[in-house]
Write a protein that binds this ligand. Sequence first.
Ligand code: NAP
Length: 317
Amino acid sequence: MPIGVGTWAWGNQFLWGYRSEQDAALQATFERAVQLGLRFFDTADSYGTGRLQGRSEALLGQFRSALPPEQRDRLLVATKLAPLPWRLGRQGLHRAFEASRHRLGGRLERVQLHWSTARYAPWQEGPLLEGLADLVAAGAVGSLGLSNIGPRRLRQVHQQLSRRGVTVASLQVQLSLLAPEAIAPGGVADVCRELGIALIAYSPLALGLLGRDPGAPLPATRGARRLLFARLQPRIGPLQDRLAGIARNRGVPPAAVALNWCRSHGAMPIVGLRSIAQAEAAAAAAQWTLDDAERQGLDAAAAALEVRMPANPFSSG
Ligand SMILES: NC(=O)c1ccc[n+]([C@@H]2O[C@H](COP(=O)([O-])OP(=O)(O)OC[C@H]3O[C@@H](n4cnc5c(N)ncnc54)[C@H](OP(=O)(O)O)[C@@H]3O)[C@@H](O)[C@H]2O)c1
């Protein structure tokens, strides 16, 4: 699967300005994405702010249920379960898993641990992973994935799970031209390649920044995303020029170039979508690839920048 879809914004008021009046547009976005062949959808039990927690899963479940069976069955829906401090022991995520599966309409193809607790509660993670592996072994879910785990810890988890015959299907980490750490030598991309784990790039557009024109007005919703864009946008001009140049030559939007940069480094980008036009751009981006010169030019433009996206504080080493 070349490109997948992220649904963090579906239900998130604070960062993404979600309102329930957007649901019809989100459903139309989802249906267009599926119609155009996008099959992988990522969500999480923590998506949705305040009383809306779980809304992303609920919407995804609702939208999927409304599809004709032949489309419904082709999808791969992956949720992430949060290792919250009170979710302890081998059964610690089982109730959360059932709740997610219920919100998703009874169908869930992959369960992922949302982040590693290795930095602050190293004893918590092992039993939780055993519990997720139990769910796979029992056939309750098709496969197991990880998220926000670094190269050293990834090797340990891979070993722990392979002892009982459960494979790690995927690892999702932040990866974009403004967060290229995963593909640095010795980074997690190398370990994924070696161990046969699919690498998934989250926030591949740096929350949308890489899909914008250099002079675009800041996002309307106040808060962290707007502040981040205000800080980064004035300092990434050379990268945006490089993206725009490739985009012009190929007759595609800059976002498509940024997504294909992730693919050129062996990752499947999961891009957050909120409109039919964005779904169409994502599906179109899956139809072509960057050549070596384009990739190298983007690598160099990214390396020359002095700013980066903030790293996820829950990522392990
Ligand atoms: N595992 C984790 O800890 C973790 C963390 C973060 C994200 N994720 C996953 O990764 C997914 C994607 O990341 P993300 O949502 O943070 O950010 P992203 O994919 O980098 O950016 C999404 C935003 O980009 C803009 N966009 C999309 N297509 C575009 C196009 N063709 N042209 C211009 N702009 C476009 C849209 O912004 P507007 O709607 O404002 O136009 C969209 O909301 C999430 O939805 C989530 O599923 C996982």
